[in-house]
Write a protein that binds this ligand. Structure first.
Ligand SMILES: C[S@@+](CC[C@H](N)C(=O)[O-])C[C@H]1O[C@@H](n2cnc3c(N)ncnc32)[C@H](O)[C@@H]1O
Length: 207
């Protein structure tokens, strides 16, 4: 918790939150991981101190693979030493790797059955959020699911409060709406989190 707060203050724009996600949000957002056998490929984006990573690795079955992308070197170090390293030692029949990179530059496959994104899109500049959202959709396997979260109330607030992001925020809503029109969308409200949030699931067509 302390490490998250220190990094959140040092690198406020990148982290975009004051606290790591709680276990209720982590459970909800990772619910589509697991049960896909050898073909399971999971991508986590913006893992931070591993709130979602722990759940993803718990759920990943034999033969499954997880790529965990995180920009912050301190968080990557913690993910490797505290979570992925010990988990890999105990689970030789499945694999996970931490990729230290921003998602835009990461060299990745285009075949993920589930993508769990820990970037709070509505704390990011809207054009950046849109670009990443479109990139993630393009990395999904047919029938794959992209899960991300939005702090409750933020999207509407950004659309009405005057400021540099207002018009961009409307654009971002439109982008999300356009993407959702060709994908199945589900939302689950998680009250018990700092801050309360929506877990959003977009499912690609196919398979
Ligand atoms: C709000 S934190 C979420 C951390 C964790 N998933 C959670 O829910 O507690 C966002 C994380 O995304 C990382 N991040 C920000 N921009 C990124 C980017 N372009 N590519 C990869 N990671 C990024 C930050 O370093 C930070 O760890």
């Amino acid at each position: 918790m302390a490490r998250f707060l220190i990094e959140a203050l040092r690198r406020r724009k990148e982290v975009g939150a004051v606290a790591a996600s709680g276990r209720h949000l982590a459970k909800a957002i990772t619910r589509t991981v697991g049960g896909k056998g050898q073909s399971e490929r999971v991508l986590e984006v913006g893992a931070g101190t591993g709130a979602f990573t722990n759940q993803i690795l718990d759920r990943l079955g034999p033969g499954g693979k997880a790529d965990i992308v995180e920009l912050n070197p301190r968080f990557c170090e913690k993910l490797r030493s505290d979570i992925v390293g010990p988990w890999s030692d105990a689970n030789r029949d499945r694999s996970a790797r931490v990729i230290e990179s921003c998602i835009e530059d990461a060299d990745l496959d285009r075949s993920y059955t589930t993508i769990v994104c820990g970037l709070p899109f509505n704390s990011f500049p809207p054009d950046v959020a849109d670009r990443i959202l479109q990139q993630l959709v393009s990395l999904l396997a047919p029938g794959g699911t992209l899960a991300f979260f939005e702090y409750a109330g933020f999207p509407s607030l950004r659309c009405v409060v005057p400021g540099p992001w207002r018009s961009g925020a409307r654009e971002h809503r439109r982008c999300l709406h356009d993407l959702s029109s060709s994908m199945r969308q589900e939302r689950t409200f998680i009250f018990r989190n700092i801050l309360p949030a929506w877990a959003v699931f977009l499912r690609a067509q196919g398979a």
